[in-house]
Design a protein around this ligand. Structure first.
Ligand code: DQA
Length: 144
């Protein structure tokens, strides 16, 4: 099984940015944790982070052309604004899980909309970085 792990803007700043909301673990630590978990399950992982919307669209398309079986995505603030990311996930028809480290539903009004959610098979919010592991497990358990 091959999974693309995609992180949007400012997620490279994990551990530095608002630790009260996003925790004290760095992006490097997150990647280490996910890689270890994927290795255990025999999942091939492609991890990518970008602060640019179009780059994330490119990576979702790449997931299709590279034959990925699943996508785990935290689109960061693009969750709340991006129709392009929604369209990209719809275009590739790859089972996609949406992850948010914080409990977005208990935050500001502008965080209550997720455009990408309607194209996702699973949404996990508020479980910290463990939410990524849960998303991978979900895709693993539901793989065809
Ligand atoms: C986030 C929540 C978003 O509202 C925010 O813009 C982020 C991170 C989360 O992981 O909780 O960048 O997606």
């Amino acid at each position: 099984m091959k999974i693309y792990l995609l992180n949007g803007p400012n997620l490279n700043m994990l551990g530095i940015r608002e630790p009260d909301k996003y925790g004290s673990q760095s992006y490097a630590t997150l990647l280490e944790m996910i890689r270890e978990h994927c290795d255990k399950l025999g999942i091939e992982l492609v991890a990518y982070q970008s602060n640019h919307e179009g780059d994330l669209v490119d990576k979702i398309q790449e997931a299709y052309f590279e034959g990925a079986d699943g996508i785990v995505i935290n689109p960061g603030a693009y969750t709340h604004t991006s129709i392009a990311l929604l369209d990209a996930v719809k275009a590739v028809s790859i089972p996609t899980a949406e992850v948010h480290i914080s409990k977005v539903e208990e935050r500001e009004d502008f965080r209550q909309v997720s455009h990408i959610r309607q194209a996702c098979v699973k949404t996990i919010t508020g479980h910290g970085i463990n939410g990524y592991v849960e998303a991978i497990d979900f895709l693993w358990e539901n793989k065809k």
